[in-house]
Design a protein around this ligand. Structure first.
Ligand code: TRP
Length: 476
């Protein structure tokens, strides 16, 4: 139930609906695709260790802060932040946290739509393959059973070599996202999410069990859970882990403020935030345990980058009995997981444009949808026509980044934590204490601990990681 009714009136139908919707926003390509990619590129164990630490000490407390800003304000994200500031006798300029968030959310969607387009490509190829298997009287065959493993390896490069197809798929996904937001998120997507998210989770578990049995599970466990702390001190690992914690939990001054605005007064935000953070990082770890055993058993390199998920899973579906069916179902569900997240990414700017410029929801969605699609072309074409462009070579760590890597990296490593830093300082030091404490639903030692994390640990840790990230020489 999102934003079809003016703020202050719409409500989640229950606490469970709030948890599911927020989890639907959080669980997406960030867990399935981005977590394994980043873990693989940042040395595995050290990254995973700090990712989990940052979720517990920084992201979960911030998740509570964002939802409480939303529920207290019952307005759009920027207006909610300004409202709490005014009520606390603080400057409404604190709403900068939501302005940074709005820009970051919109930029994230530009490349998110591209990756979701890749997912669509696999929906299409695995669907055609399943159809062929059924027609051929082998409905329980492995995926791409009539093809060689080498053919499966060429699926991604073939897609990258075809800019028209790539952009067409990105367009399809953005069109779906835009139409849902244009109609109001309320109807289909929420009802669908309630069924599809659990189905998705069960399927992912099944694939993980399969990967554990047939792949190199031992190597995956060692890679993911044996931290090499020397590696952790190399430039980039800490900011990558923090960025992933923000990205995966949909933090950074956007979605979670908006979703909090529809939570009812008697929802305990403290405990629900804990549940959402736990569920989301759990799905990420499980996705890692599905993908890395296959990486090691088929001899791929874990640092393959953004294509890792799309190279490993089809190979596993190939060898799996019934893989044609499982593979198709998996990509369909991954598509829905991406859609429940992309909708929340677009909703933030659309809500703001309708409020600010008194534009209809439909027009605002079209305007933002087209804008995001156009900027997204830079990311879509980063793998072919624009492959040689290096947009920000002067930023440490981004010397070799193409448009895709630059927009992804800058938003999650810089913008999201920056918004989180402002949020933590605002909630920890400037927002009215009584008011904030009452909104959390926490009491006793847990409340004391949360206040300590949000006032001290979050600002100091996030600021330190931002500085280290900007001056990698400090540790290099
Ligand atoms: N968390 C989502 C995912 O993991 C992506 C997402 C949705 C997001 N809303 C966001 C990321 C807001 C950052 C900010 O796929």
């Amino acid at each position: 139930m999102i934003a079809t009714t003016p703020p202050g009136q719409a409500r989640w139908s229950s606490r469970a609906a709030f948890v599911l919707a927020a989890t639907g926003s959080a669980v997406g390509l960030g867990n399935l695709w981005r977590f394994p990619t980043e873990a693989g590129m940042n040395g595995g164990g050290a990254f995973v260790f700090f990712y989990i630490l940052f979720v517990a000490l920084i992201a979960a407390p911030l998740l509570l802060s964002e939802t409480l800003i939303g529920r207290h304000g019952q307005r759009s994200t920027i207006a909610s932040a300004a409202y709490l500031a005014r009520q606390s006798g603080a400057s409404p300029a604190w709403s900068a946290l939501a302005i940074v968030g709005l820009i970051a959310n919109t930029l994230i969607l530009t490349f998110y739509g591209v990756v979701a387009g890749w997912v669509l490509y696999f929906v299409y190829t695995s669907g055609a393959d399943l159809l062929g298997a059924i027609v051929g009287g082998q409905p329980l065959a492995g995926a791409y059973a009539t093809e060689s493993v080498d053919h499966i390896r060429t699926l991604m490069p073939n897609l990258f070599a075809n800019p028209v197809l790539l952009v067409g798929l990105q367009f399809l996904f953005m069109a779906a996202t835009t139409l849902i937001v244009a109609r109001g998120v309320k109807g289909g997507i929420e009802a669908a999410a309630v069924w599809l998210m659990p189905a998705f989770f069960i399927l992912l578990l099944a694939i993980t069990v399969y990967a554990a049995i047939t792949g190199d599970f031992g190597a995956a466990l060692t890679f993911l859970f044996t931290p090499d702390f020397e590696r952790a001190l190399q430039p980039g690992v800490l900011s990558a882990a923090l960025g992933q914690a923000f990205f995966s939990l949909s933090l950074g001054g956007g979605a979670m403020i908006a979703y909090g605005a529809y939570a009812s007064r008697d929802t305990n935000l403290g405990s629900t935030s804990g549940i959402i953070a736990f569920a989301d990082s759990g799905v990420a770890i499980i996705a890692g345990l599905a993908i890395f055993p296959i990486v090691f058993s088929v001899g791929l390199e874990p640092n393959a980058g953004p294509t890792l998920m799309f190279q490993t899973l089809p190979a596993a579906f190939h060898a799996m009995p019934g893989g044609a069916l499982v593979g198709f179902l998996f990509f369909v569900l991954a598509f829905f997981a991406a859609l429940t997240s992309s909708v929340s990414l677009l909703e933030i700017s659309v809500a703001w444009v309708t409020e600010k410029f008194r534009m209809s929801r439909f027009n605002a969605a079209m305007l933002m949808g087209i804008l995001v699609f156009l900027i997204g072309l830079l990311s879509a074409l980063s793998f072919n026509l624009l492959a040689d462009q290096r947009p920000i070579p002067f930023v440490p760590g981004f010397e070799n980044a193409n448009w895709f890597d630059a927009i992804d990296g800058m938003t999650s490593r810089l913008f999201l934590p920056l918004s989180g830093l402002i949020t933590a300082i605002f909630i920890g030091w400037f927002a009215d204490r009584k008011l904030v404490n009452a909104e959390t639903g926490l009491s006793g030692p847990v409340l004391v601990m949360w206040r300590f994390l949000i006032a001290w640990v979050c600002p100091l840790a996030v600021a330190a990681i931002l500085v280290i990230g900007l001056f990698p020489g400090l540790l290099g």
